[in-house]
Ligand binder design. Sequence first.
Ligand code: HEC
Ligand code: HEC
Length: 210
Amino acid sequence: MSSFGSCLTMIRAAILAAALSMSLPVASRAGELQAKLDYCKTCHGLSGQGYRGYFPMPRLAGQQQEYLENQLRAFVERRRINPIMANVAHALSPSMVSGLSSHFQHLNPKPIGGAPSHSSPAGRQIFNEGLPEANVPACSACHGSDGHGQNEIPRLAGQLYEYMVGQLTGWSKVRGQGTSVDTSAVMAPTAHNMSRSQIEAVAAYVSTLP
Ligand code: HEC
Ligand code: HEC
């Protein structure tokens, strides 16, 4: 090898070493995020689409980032009670919370469906017009006409039927458990004022929305 060639080899090796030492911390942070994502997806589905089991796992895909972050904090602060998620969320740093939330917001698999379809037309009416006689506002007023939500207001489109029925029937046993009023208070009267069959109808309708 000429001395010019070996000099080039040394320069390349030096550049490579410098590049590696700069990219290592970044690579390991990305590795940590990926490891956490893999963990979340064992329950929430490979594309965050949710899972219909004995305990329904909510869809996280396409969910508003601010909503995801607020709920992860709510589990840690025990404003929202769930033993599984309290443990999961407790272990996350603030930058991990935003990294995970941003990842899930950008996924968009098809809704997994599985809701009884017969109640869906009544659900569409509740979603768009509310139930004035029962003091239930139109869901679309806050969650958007496409059900995609905004900031701390969650996306409902494609959310799992069983999960939503569970949340809406048990609202005040699970949410708003902190010492001060939080975002969950906005939904409380709406959840209380619907009957079980009205809850089932509107949950069935939104679970099919793309
Ligand atoms: C062992 C199963 C399991 C794992 C692992 C898990 N979750 Fe959950 N998660 C659940 C269950 C069950 C619920 C529903 C809680 C309830 O009913 O209130 C939930 C709820 C949530 C919610 C609230 C969703 C909503 O629509 O309000 C968020 C956000 C969430 N999980 C994020 C995560 C993230 C991020 C990870 C990974 C770091 C993760 N979860 C890992 C089981 C799990
Ligand atoms: C005044 C605004 C407002 C209206 C109207 C409203 N919501 Fe909500 N909704 C919210 C907010 C804010 C949250 C987040 C609550 C929290 O932070 O715990 C929420 C949360 C929810 C959740 C929990 C989603 C999840 O992923 O866990 C469901 C389900 C829901 N709303 C269904 C409905 C339905 C069905 C209607 C219509 C009958 C409706 N909402 C009307 C503001 C509203």
